[in-house]
Design a protein around this ligand. Structure first.
Ligand code: GLU
Length: 462
């Protein structure tokens, strides 16, 4: 049987990390088994959903690299189909129209809470002939009255609920819109979905949904309910893919790797390329216990991925960030060399960019502490000598640059740090940067000399 899974988000305007993980698990499952991963947008709640919110879903999935197969299914285009199925179930006596008013239902609920400490519809209309003059109606499913609903969850094991704990739930609302519980099953049947992997908040819904499968005489897919992610509070904005992408400057490989491990394990392995995730992913590796979100760990995983991905991949993600800082770069060998240097030290993409802006811009000011520590009356003479040495370099490579620094240090009988640190402050604006020979190489001969001269003048003018 070919695997067909789906990711079925509602367009809320952002992609919650829990949803992103559901998408990732389904995608990995499909790719591992050579199956299909379908995207279905649950957009029947028309008032709340905007097209921009749908775009956020596409955009987040594309950024994560979770490509979907075939056409996107939009629930809003399938309303006639839901009605057709509901009519069929009514005709077969498996569903019924309910004309109880909202007020009546409220009153019944209250009475039931008082006596039974639970609420469910009291099934007044279940066996009543439908009166088409009785006003608006909803369509409800006839749940069996006795016995148990049971299913074998791929993650959680056997899950059982008594039918008398289940409601004759609403399939179609009085405005003709399907409820999630109903539409999801009609869609999953029509789309021939074989496995449903989703969050454990849907475990209870599964019993309702199995009621629809039963009424339709359709084989349910296999269900796997992944544990919750705890600790994703509203702190620092919504815990969404967009937030982690923009504010933290993560690589999709970093975020995917982290969220995959948050609820799934493969021995003690922590770091996976996407190809390794596809290879290793298995539903049996999904944990039963809830996962605890840990931003520090996320950043650590992202750091590992920064060093692991190809320079092409890195460039693809980081060049737009350079562009936002007014630096336009091509994916050239020069750029790759710069990224190779910067990624050894950076935690995230934003840092790669901000920590390398010195290459493109001379410092506007010098960091005060660095000035106090590394600039002295002797500095103009040292930087001047260095400038003369650098100007004379014929073949521009790190070896010749290092030799120039060494000659200055020897001539002034100084340790290398006494030359390198003031040079660093002069060129970068502060005493922290990648290796000084690499810094000089990237800044280039003419620009390095200009910056050295500017620092000489700065010290002399003090
Ligand atoms: N729209 C539902 C959600 O986002 C889909 C749940 C399901 O996969 O059945 O939670």
């Amino acid at each position: 049987m070919a695997v067909r899974v789906r990711f079925a988000p509602s367009p809320t305007g952002f992609m919650h990390l829990g949803n992103a993980r559901t998408a990732l698990f389904n995608w990995l499952f499909a790719r591992h088994h050579g199956g299909e991963f379908i995207l279905r947008i649950e957009d029947t709640d028309r008032e709340r959903h905007t097209e921009e919110a749908v775009e956020v879903i596409y955009d987040s999935l594309r950024w994560l690299g979770l490509n979907w197969d075939g056409e996107v299914v939009r629930q809003s285009t399938r309303l006639a189909r839901y009605h057709e199925v509901a009519e069929r179930l009514i005709a077969e006596g498996k569903a019924y129209r309910c004309t109880c008013s909202r007020e009546e239902l409220e009153a019944k609920k209250e009475a039931m809470m008082d006596t039974a400490n639970r609420t469910c519809y009291d099934r007044t209309c279940r066996d009543k002939a439908f009166d088409s003059d009785a006003g608006p109606y909803v369509v409800r499913l006839k749940m069996p009255l006795e016995g148990e609903s049971t299913f074998e969850d791929m993650v959680q094991g056997t899950i059982t609920k008594r039918f008398d704990d289940l409601d004759d739930f609403i399939m179609l609302r009085s405005d003709g819109m399907p409820t999630y519980q109903f539409a999801v099953v009609v869609d999953d049947v029509d789309m021939a979905i074989t496995h449903v992997i989703r969050g454990s908040d849907h475990i209870d819904n599964t019993h309702d949904q199995l009621g629809i499968y039963r009424a339709l005489g359709a084989n349910p897919p296999r269900f796997g309910h992944a544990p919750r992610i705890l600790g994703l509070s509203k702190r620092k904005g919504s815990p969404s893919v967009e937030y982690y992408r923009e504010a933290l400057g993560l690589l999709p490989e970093g975020l995917n790797n982290y969220i995959a491990r948050l609820g799934w394990s493969h021995g003690d392995d922590e770091i996976f390329t996407m190809a390794q995730l596809i290879e290793a992913f298995d539903v049996t590796g999904i944990n039963q216990a809830n996962g605890q979100f840990d931003e520090e760990k996320l950043i650590w995983v992202n750091e590992q991925q920064l060093r692991l991905v190809s320079l092409h991949t890195l460039a693809e993600h980081v060049l737009p960030i350079y562009a936002r800082h007014g630096v336009s770069l091509d994916p050239s060998d020069w750029t790759f060399k710069l990224l190779e240097l910067m990624r050894k030290r950076a935690h995230d993409l934003n840092e790669i960019v901000t920590d390398s802006l010195f290459v493109f811009r001379a410092p506007e000011t010098y960091d005060e502490d660095s000035v106090a520590k590394h600039f002295s009356a002797q500095t103009p003479a040292i930087l001047g000598a260095l400038r003369t040495e650098i100007e004379a370099i014929q073949s521009w490579d790190e070896g010749t640059i290092e030799a120039a620094f060494q000659r200055v240090a020897e001539a002034h009988q100084l340790k290398m740090g006494k030359v390198a640190q003031p040079a660093r402050v002069a060129i970068v604006g502060k005493a922290q940067s990648p290796g000084i020979y690499e810094v000089v190489w990237f800044v280039g001969k003419a620009e390095t000399c200009r910056r050295l001269a500017a620092a000489e003048a700065f010290v002399q003018s003090r």
